[in-house]
Write a protein that binds this ligand. Structure first.
Ligand SMILES: N[C@@H](CCC(=O)N[C@@H](CS)C(=O)NCC(=O)O)C(=O)O
Length: 294
C-alpha cells in the first residue's frame, strides 16, 4: 500500500527533461528554459541621468533604498527615474530590457551621465556602482570596505535560498512538500542565526557604520520578520532572532528606507502603490495619501 502511494506522488524522471506544457505554481507561467528576448519593445526613458527599471520586490527595494539614501545625504546627482517592470506580465523579456540585463531579472540601471551610457545589472553590483560613483555607504579603508563587501556578497549568495528556495516551496508551490520545505527552512533559519550573531557584535551588518550591506539585507530579512513576503514569521519563529528584530526596526525607521520601499510598488491598495517615480514629489504624494487614509 505504502509503495503504491509513493508511486502516485513521486515524480518519475524522464531520460531527458522537457518543459511541462502546463507549468503550475505562481511563477509557472513566466518560467521557460530559454534566455533572450520574447518580444520587441523599447524601454521608456525619463529626464534624469539614472534610469532604473525595477519592481518593489526585496531585490528591487535594495536599489531604491540606496537612491533615496543618497538623495537624503544631499547627492542631487542621484536623482532618478524608476520605471515599472511587471515580471508577472513578462516585461523582463522585452528586447529593451534584455539589452540592459541579459539575465532578464529586475533591477537594472542605466547611467546616462557617463560619456557612453553604462548598464548595471545584479542588485549587489548596482549598490556597489552607486556607492563608488557617489562616495557614500562604503568605507574606503581596505579592511572596513572588505568587511562590508563580505556581507554584501553573503546576502547576494544567500538570498536565493530564501526566495527561490524557502519562499517558493513554503508559499508558491502548488503542493506542500516536506523535503524542500525542511531543507530551505533549515537554511533560512540558519541565515537568520548568522545575521543574529553578527548583529550581537555590531550595530550594522557591515560594521559600526550603516552601509550597502544593510541596504541589501534589510528588504529580505525585514520581509521575513515583518511577515510582508511569505507570511512565515510564526513558522520561522522569527521573534527569537532578537538582534535581527532590533536592526530591522532601526533601519525601517529611516525616512529614506520608508521612501525607497514604495517605489515601483504594485502591491496593496491603489493609494499604497507607486508604479513609476520621476521626482521626490511622487513619493511624497503616496506618503501623504497613506496618512489621509489611515
Ligand atoms: N541576483 C539577482 C536576482 C534578481 C531577481 O531574482 N529578480 C526577480 C524579482 S525579485 C525577477 O526579476 N524575476 C523575474 C523572473 O525570474 O523572470 C539580483 O540580485 O539582482
Amino acid at each position: 500500500m505504502r509503495g503504491d502511494m509513493t508511486q502516485n506522488t513521486e515524480y518519475q524522471l524522464p531520460e531527458v527533461w522537457t518543459a511541462p506544457e502546463d507549468a503550475s505554481g505562481r511563477f509557472g507561467g513566466i518560467n521557460r528554459p530559454e534566455a533572450g528576448p520574447r518580444y520587441e519593445a523599447e524601454l521608456p526613458r525619463g529626464k534624469h541621468p539614472l534610469q532604473l527599471y525595477s519592481l518593489a520586490t526585496p531585490n528591487g527595494q535594495k536599489v531604491t533604498i540606496m537612491l533615496e539614501e543618497l538623495l537624503a545625504a544631499g547627492v542631487s546627482q542621484a536623482e532618478y527615474d524608476a520605471h515599472l517592470i511587471r515580471i508577472m506580465e513578462q516585461e523582463q523579456f522585452s528586447s529593451g530590457f534584455v539589452a540592459i540585463n541579459p539575465n532578464s531579472k529586475i533591477p537594472a540601471l542605466v547611467d546616462y551621465s557617463e560619456p557612453k551610457p553604462i548598464r548595471v545589472f545584479e542588485s549587489g553590483n548596482i549598490l556597489l556602482y552607486l556607492a563608488e560613483k557617489f562616495g557614500h555607504f562604503l568605507p574606503t579603508e581596505r579592511a572596513a570596505r572588505t568587511e562590508v563587501l563580505n556581507w554584501l556578497f553573503w546576502l547576494q549568495g544567500s538570498a536565493p535560498f530564501i526566495g527561490g528556495g524557502f519562499g517558493h516551496f513554503y508559499a508558491y508551490a502548488p503542493t506542500k512538500q516536506e523535503y524542500p520545505i525542511n531543507r530551505y527552512t533549515m537554511e533560512t533559519k540558519r541565515l537568520l542565526d548568522v545575521l543574529n550573531r553578527r548583529l550581537a557584535e555590531e550595530r550594522f551588518v557591515g560594521g559600526p557604520e550603516y552601509s550597502i550591506a544593510d541596504m541589501a539585507s534589510w528588504p529580505w530579512f525585514a520581509g521575513l520578520m515583518n511577515n510582508t513576503v511569505y507570511g512565515a514569521a510564526k513558522f520561522l519563529d522569527a521573534e527569537r532572532y532578537t538582534n535581527v528584530r532590533r536592526w530591522v526596526d532601526e533601519i525601517g525607521a529611516r525616512a529614506a528606507v520608508q521612501r525607497g520601499i514604495i517605489v515601483n510598488s504594485v502591491r496593496g491598495e491603489p493609494h499604497e502603490q507607486l508604479h513609476t517615480r520621476h521626482s521626490a514629489a511622487d513619493i511624497d504624494a503616496v506618503l501623504e495619501r497613506r496618512k489621509i487614509v489611515q
